[in-house]
Ligand binder design. Structure first.
Ligand SMILES: Nc1nc2c(c(=O)[nH]1)N[C@H]1C(S)=C(S)[C@@H](COP(=O)(O)O)O[C@H]1N2
Ligand SMILES: [Mo]
Length: 543
């Protein structure tokens, strides 16, 4: 070896730490790829990033979950996954560097991360058992082995126990560089083989998981929605005035808000789907298939769905035309009696295929409102993101206590005996929708021209209906807005008010009064535990 060669920090100038970091990242990729492949068995929910993300959501306090929804909206899940991947990358870099000094410790770190993933996966409410631990375990084993091998190539020619040149007189080799005579060929060969194998495993995993999803997609494409026995009356022509900037009366499916904890949207094969009804006071437990439901009398109703996490003025509210089976009929067939007539169960717990649980008052479901198991939304089968094949919809209740998507089970129980998912995390047991209103146009910080400006928006108070909407400019008097025709009391109502706008900065505020006589309160509260209160204001500058 020439002196010249020895003086360089390392072959090709790459310090050993960098090669270690590269090894760490390769090991991380291999681990995730093998895990993705192994997750074909137990389903995408068992893949480490999804499992850890899901477990993190499970443990997120109501306030933080709410902050995330506020801050990131429907992207909260994407942000969470990117966060986990970013953290994993940092850990992989660190473990890779560590492995160049302590091979065992580096690989041990990878195994430890695998254990975290495995624990997370088995802790999820939808975990099937130990099978959910397999992807993380298999991935970690592959990653740990690869890191061990790569780190070994980096020190291949190093004499045992020698951390650097023994003779200080000898021109030194940078101790942070790979050991002299490191097995470059071996490293490059192992690294490339690992990269190719990882890409292969990840690709194969994706493909196989896709095949699974395709059965579900095919089953959705085959659905022919029957005509409703009880159709929704046509929406009054005047319920949705064509005001630019105002939300359409019916929210199209693609624009309908989505709120759920599912990091991977469940893709359920409708032909294999079953709904089980059982529990306290159920004299005839039942199991229904999707075709059973389609064969029954269906009702079609326009219903405004609202999320408890919706801030005052927020976007998590929408109206759709749902088609489904009346829930009261299904329960009555099983012999269920409401508490007011002596029934022993006051809580109807719904469970989804992804392990979420919801608790709805039995009394509400049986009080004559159009609570349903929906199979259709705006003329098509439920989109996967909105609960295909079957979801629950109960007018007048926030989604987290009623609107179970991807439902698979209904259990009659009591509020004393069981707390469903969000209730166990600090949200209210009972949560009827609050009377609310929102200004859709003008938008905040808009700069309309002086003259007539149309202020318009929506107001909702499901089960009660909207009686009045008033708008105030700055500290002026409350002026009654023109209400569009009402569809039903379970849908939102649109309103508008022409305003003679004068130049300058103005604050527009809206308030609604429901038909029970309740005026929307001015008092601002957070969304936790049972829905935000307060009034929506928009500041505009008239030019
Ligand atoms: N399985 C499942 N169903 C769910 C949820 C969920 O996290 N998982 N979220 C609920 C909440 S909080 C709301 S507000 C509604 C939203 O329904 P959408 O996403 O179809 O608008 O779904 C409900 N159904
Ligand atoms: Mo919600």
């Amino acid at each position: 070896m020439s002196d010249d060669e020895k003086d360089r920090p390392g072959p090709r100038g790459l310090p050993r730490a960098v090669l270690g970091a590269v090894s760490g990242v390769l090991a991380g990729c291999a681990a995730l790829a093998v895990a993705e492949f192994a997750a074909v068995g137990a389903g995408p929910r068992s893949a480490p990033v999804i499992a850890v993300g899901g477990a993190a959501v499970d443990r997120t306090p109501a306030v933080v979950k709410d902050w995330a929804i506020r801050r990131f909206g429907t992207d909260d899940k994407l942000v969470l996954q990117l966060g986990i991947l970013g953290l994993l990358t940092l850990l992989a870099l660190g473990l890779g560097v560590l492995a160049t000094r302590h091979r065992r410790a580096g690989s041990g770190g990878v195994l430890f991360l695998g254990a975290v993933g495995a624990l997370a996966a088995t802790s999820r409410p939808d975990a099937a058992g130990w099978a959910d631990a397999v992807p993380s375990a298999a991935g970690a084993a592959a990653g740990a082995l690869l890191l061990y091998v790569l780190a070994g190539r980096l020190e291949a020619a190093r004499p045992q126990g020698d951390e650097g040149p023994a003779d200080p007189a000898e021109p030194s080799v940078d101790p942070s560089g790979p050991a002299p005579g490191w097995d470059r060929r071996g490293f490059v060969a192992a690294a490339s083989a690992a990269a190719v194998a990882s890409a292969g495993a990840a690709g194969a995993g994706r493909w196989l998981n896709g095949l699974r999803g395709r059965d579900a997609e095919a089953s959705r494409e085959r659905v022919v929605l029957p005509r409703p026995g009880s159709a929704a009356p046509p929406v009054p022509e005047t319920a949705g005035p064509p005001v630019p900037g105002l939300s359409p009366f019916i929210t199209p499916n693609h624009a309908f808000y989505r709120v759920d904890t599912a990091l991977a949207v469940p893709r359920v094969d409708a032909t294999a789907w079953r709904l089980r009804i059982h529990g306290v006071g159920v004299r005839r437990p039942a199991v229904h298939s999707f075709d059973d439901l389609l064969g029954r009398e269906l009702i079609e109703r326009n219903i405004t769905l609202t999320c408890v996490s919706n801030e005052v003025g927020g976007p998590y509210v929408g109206t759709a035309r749902f088609l489904g089976v009346r829930l009261a009929d299904l329960l009555a067939e099983c012999g269920v009696v409401p508490p007011s007539r002596g029934g022993p169960a006051d809580q109807l717990v719904a469970r989804s295929v992804d392990g979420m649980t919801f608790g709805t008052p039995v009394e509400d479901v049986l009080d004559g409102r159009d609570a349903m198991l929906a199979v259709g939304m705006n003329g098509e089968p439920l989109p996967f993101a909105h609960g295909f094949p079957v979801r629950m919809v109960v007018p007048g209740l926030y989604g987290y206590v009623s609107a179970c998507k991807w439902i698979r089970e209904l259990e009659l129980t009591t509020f004393d005996a069981y707390d469903p998912y969000w209730v166990a995390r600090g949200w209210a047991r009972r949560a009827p929708v609050r009377t609310q209103s929102r200004i859709d146009t003008p938008k905040p910080f808009a700069r309309p021209r002086a003259g007539t400006v149309l202020i318009a928006g929506v107001a909702w108070a499901q089960r009660r209906g909207i009686a009045r909407v008033e708008v105030r400019v700055d500290d002026g008097p409350w002026r009654r807005a023109r209400l569009a025709a009402e569809d039903t009391r379970d849908t939102w109502r649109q309103w508008s008010l022409p305003w003679r706008a004068t130049a300058g900065r103005h604050t527009l505020t809206v308030r609604a009064t429901d038909r029970a006589g309740q005026l929307q309160t001015e008092r601002r509260t957070r969304t936790v535990p049972d829905g935000a209160t307060g009034r929506h204001s928009v500041v505009v500058t008239v030019e």
